[in-house]
Write a protein that binds this ligand. Structure first.
Ligand code: FAD
Ligand code: NA7
Length: 556
């Protein structure tokens, strides 16, 4: 409440005015800044609380951090020249490579001067008198802008579970997404809680250098080899030569991962043929390729899903020497979380300095001064405890900012039943607030989805500027309908039956809701295009009437 008053009072006094304010300087914020500043000619500033640009790749500096999208599709397709100039050296990109790529893109387009770092946005309040956003930063400064673009990231707000006794631990504790430059793990007794994508990466990377590694596993994971390694000159030349065809395929595909998704049902082939196809995918590498390039129904049909599970369980049995460890590592639930891939995860458990604690069977009782005590009474002594416990995904960062729309309603209250949007880019009663990767956007390799949303938002802002429109906001019924569409599609998948961050199920107390549009990027782009072609169907605009007062009008 106090922030609202402050923000409103200060407009017109000590306030810096912009046409648009962007929050976040990752893939989304960087491209949004480029579009609004250089193509639309607006006065824009992007803010990020980080000390550098890069978003995800600024924060996630843990050992082993690697994309699971292949390099040629994990980049800015909009910068055609950069795609030609920037050499791909490995099949996937690691954190330092991506960070350096994003910094290069920022400098190449001279964007840095309009990005304010080390500045957190603490509140953003829509002023219904002026139709502008009043934005406050953690250093107390006030800004005002007609448009607010939130490029806050969907895997950005960290999840650190509250475990009894945390405050008494005498060693170091790190979350993987807030990894300090001076972290030393070599020769230490390290514990890792969490075995998701991040956990698999960090565990595999650090095992050879630490004194002892204790992995606290709550859910066993299905993971397949990533298949990373150097790429040949021909591979790179081919990608550069086929730029247009590649990106056309990516944008019209469902997952945007740069491969053709299979149209073969799992059970339509013989067991021998099935095994051969799985083996080929295992040898070739890639989690999304394994789940979606082999067969077309692993994510939707239980029998097909079981076939994929069985194949991976068999691999675990072959790789892991100790039968009891292999048993603990074998998942028994659906293979229906974001498909993981790794650089030798299961084999890591053959190392003599690695031990596995199944915390479902033997829960963590408390963190002690010296380590972790489990229910069986054992105290696992640790120098360093790593939380690879993931994120308060999708809406996490929104809830951490005091964002208020019409009638002073907070985004937290607006989303009390779970986050919602119309087409992922906007939400009712938050006029002129555009979201990049807002809730209920496509579940894909993300840069192509980010680009799609940035371009669409930029087109809408251009439309508003040309027509001298004061405000846009989605109509609540369109938003409700979009939520229903997302739910219906999600319910056709097995993902809806697995507990993961994709449905908000990873955090106690978080609304288990639908957070993604699982219809694919191609169909999503078609929907966006039809909405735009029909005069922004489902959005309401406010224009400045001839008398000077604001009048509502619905775009048909
Ligand atoms: P982010 O990169 O998350 O940037 C959001 C920014 O907003 C952050 O820098 C944050 O500091 C800033 N911010 C948030 N709140 C505030 C505030 N109040 N004030 C100021 N600044 C704020 N996706 C893929 O498609 N393929 C992959 O292989 C892949 N690998 C991943 C690996 C890891 C370890 C993680 C964590 C994510 C991965 N992702 C991957 C998802 C990844 O987040 C996206 O691909 C992409 O980087 C998101 O970009 P973004 O700009 O939308 O958000
Ligand atoms: P994830 O996929 O959410 O994984 C987090 C892991 O942490 C997972 O194994 C969780 O177990 C585990 N976890 C979370 N809380 C606890 C507690 N309290 N005790 C024990 N274990 C816990 O996050 P990631 O960072 O690995 O990956 C997120 C995405 O980022 C990924 O898809 C990439 O795109 C990058 P659970 O499975 O919930 O039982």
């Amino acid at each position: 409440m106090t922030t609202t008053v402050l923000a409103k009072r200060s407009v017109g006094t000590n306030v810096t005015n912009f046409d648009a304010i962007i929050i976040g300087a990752g893939f989304g914020g960087i491209y949004m800044l480029k579009k609004l500043r250089d193509e639309l000619g607006l006065k824009v500033r992007a803010f990020d609380k980080a000390a550098g640009v890069g978003g995800t790749w600024f924060w996630n500096r843990y050992p082993g951090a690697l994309s699971d999208s292949e390099t040629f599709v994990y980049c800015f397709s909009w910068d055609r020249e950069l795609c030609q100039e920037w050499d791909i050296t490995t099949r996937y990109v690691d954190q330092p490579q991506i960070l350096s790529y994003l910094n290069h893109a920022v400098d190449r387009h001279d964007l840095r001067k309009d990005i304010q770092l080390e500045t957190a946005i603490t509140s953003a309040v829509f002023d219904e008198q002026t139709n502008r956003w009043s934005v406050t930063t953690d250093d107390g400064h006030q800004y005002s802008a007609k448009y607010l673009v939130t490029a806050l990231g969907l895997l950005s707000a960290t999840n650190v579970p509250k475990i009894k006794g945390m405050e008494q631990f005498k060693g170091k504790m790190y979350h993987t997404a807030n990894w300090p430059a001076d972290a030393v793990l070599e020769g230490k007794r390290v514990g890792v809680i969490g075995t998701g994508s991040t956990g698999c990466q960090v565990i595999t990377a650090i095992a050879p250098t630490v004194d002892h590694l204790t992995v606290f596993q709550r859910s066993a994971q299905y993971t397949v080899p990533v298949g990373n390694g150097p790429v040949s000159r021909e591979y790179v030349d081919d990608i550069k030569r086929n730029y247009d065809a590649i990106w056309q395929q990516v944008r019209s595909s469902r997952l945007a991962f740069g491969f053709e998704e299979s149209d073969i049902p799992t059970m339509s082939v013989s067991p021998e043929e099935r095994k051969k196809i799985f083996q080929r995918a295992w040898d070739g590498g890639g989690g999304f390729r394994f789940m979606f390039q082999t067969f077309n129904d692993i994510a939707i049909d239980e029998q097909a899903n079981r076939a994929a599970q069985d194949f991976i369980r068999e691999k675990i049995g072959e790789i892991v020497k100790d039968p009891e460890t292999a048993r603990k590592l074998m998942p028994r639930d659906l293979y229906a979380k974001r498909p993981l891939c790794d650089s030798g995860y299961y084999a890591t458990f053959n190392r003599p300095n690695v031990s596995l604690v199944d915390v479902k069977a033997n829960p963590i009782e408390e963190i002690t001064e010296a380590g972790i005590r489990t229910a069986d009474g054992a105290e696992h002594e640790l120098d360093v405890l790593v939380f690879a416990t993931g994120f308060d995904a999708v809406d996490g960062n929104y809830k951490r900012i005091d964002i208020r729309g019409r009638n002073d309603v907070t985004i937290k209250d607006h989303w009390s039943e779970g986050p919602s949007s119309y087409l992922s880019v906007a939400t009712a009663n938050f006029p002129n607030m555009f979201m990049i990767l807002g809730p209920n956007g496509p579940f894909t390799n993300l840069p192509p989805t980010i680009e799609t949303e940035v371009e669409w938002v930029s087109d809408m802002i251009s439309f508003m500027e040309k027509k001298e429109l004061a405000c846009m906001e989605p109509d609540p019924e369109s938003e409700r309908q979009w939520g229903v569409t997302c739910r219906e599609i999600a319910d056709q998948t097995l993902f809806a039956k697995a507990d993961s961050w994709i449905f908000g199920a990873n955090i106690p107390g978080k609304t288990n809701s639908v957070y993604f549009y699982m219809g694919g990027l191609g169909p999503f782009r078609d929907i966006l295009a039809s909405v735009q072609n029909e005069g922004y169907r489902g959005f309401k605009f406010t224009s400045l009437s001839p008398s000077g007062s604001y009048a509502q009008r619905a775009q048909q």
